[in-house]
Design a protein around this ligand. Sequence first.
Ligand code: CTP
Length: 406
Amino acid sequence: MSTELGALRGARVLLGVTGGIACYKAVELARLLGKAGADVQVLMTEAAQRFVGPATFAAVTHHSVPTDVFDSPELVVHVRLARSADVIVVAPATANTIAKMTHGIADDLLTNVVLTATCPIVVAPAMHTEMWEHPATRANIETLRGRGCLIVEPEIGELAGGDEGVGRLAEHRAILEKISDELSHGRDLAGVRFLVTAGGTQEPIDPIRFIGNRSSGKMGYAIATEAARRGAAVTLVSGPTHLADPDRVDIVRIRTASEMRDAVLAHFDEADVVVKAAAVADFRAVNPATSKIKKDAGLPAISLERTDDILAELGRTKTSQFLVGFSAETEDAVPNARKKLAAKNLDMIIVNVVGGPHAGFEHDTNQAVLLTAQGDEVDFPLQTKSAMAAAICDRIAHGCRFSKSQ
Ligand code: CTP
């Protein structure tokens, strides 16, 4: 087994197997975990036992497979199991178990253990495309992610119904690598103070109307969530969004570019890393009307003035902060972003080309190029914003020394 899976050696892995056809793949996953040196304890839901027998897992892991809270003479078997795991892996995770985990339902041994556990949790969903794409499952997955669960996204491929689509359990290798990552540097940002901005700003024209932009805040929220999951202390300065507050993140809500500047400057000194994913308005109305502009009064002339460039100001005044900017461009994306990287004295910039399908504003997926002050250029192909947030945090963790807090 390669060294990338080194963190599995000696790790106590609790593998929760839930009821889907991909249960048969969980047998191989258990075997590979054991081969990598992990001590694997399998728990099965009732539905899982319809697909594969506990004896199969017991033979592969050399541990009996408890299936019921009342199986054991021990009264609090779920507490012992939860405390004895270094990581819990739910694979395959059905939509039903994901929903139960999201809502804190504990009606079988596995969900009791999950509800008791304080260790990292890795969830590898497998289900039909319709179930994976259902708004209920999407919301549940985002909630779990917000709480710090690592989701190993299902893959596109042939499904049990003979059809093709997203929903197939991720490859064993991908799951093993995620578990190993979680064990080795799952909390590699512990003690690091992140200041993240997200969403668009709104510049009033009158008490009812504003100049805004299409930013949904999803990318910035994904970065705040990922950094918090990896142990960072995160302050998120957010423009108006429709997104739920991420867990374990301090949120400061603002509306205008000027409010964002005040909030960012108030937290800048104590930050180690600043990620400015917000789409800040470049222009605002001079003296917005104090009462509603009525259309009968003719076409209004609205004079605009520049807002302050917050990121440029941070670049001028930074001490040891690692500064990450974002750049939204419609043409000459990389050369323009490289100019911004230098002009604003940034350490890193992520450039989105706006206008492509499935990427940029409002989408759950994104495609980007990451540039560093050292001249690196990394392509991020189309992927979920959560996956991209993890890749960006990897690069940040690699690129800066967090000299202030460690
Ligand atoms: N930014 C900022 N304050 C502003 C405008 C932008 O802090 N008033 C930050 C954004 O949060 C982003 C970066 O600067 O991280 C780049 O934003 P972008 O809109 O792509 O570029 P601008 O610098 O505003 O330049 P232009 O609009 O001309 O492309």
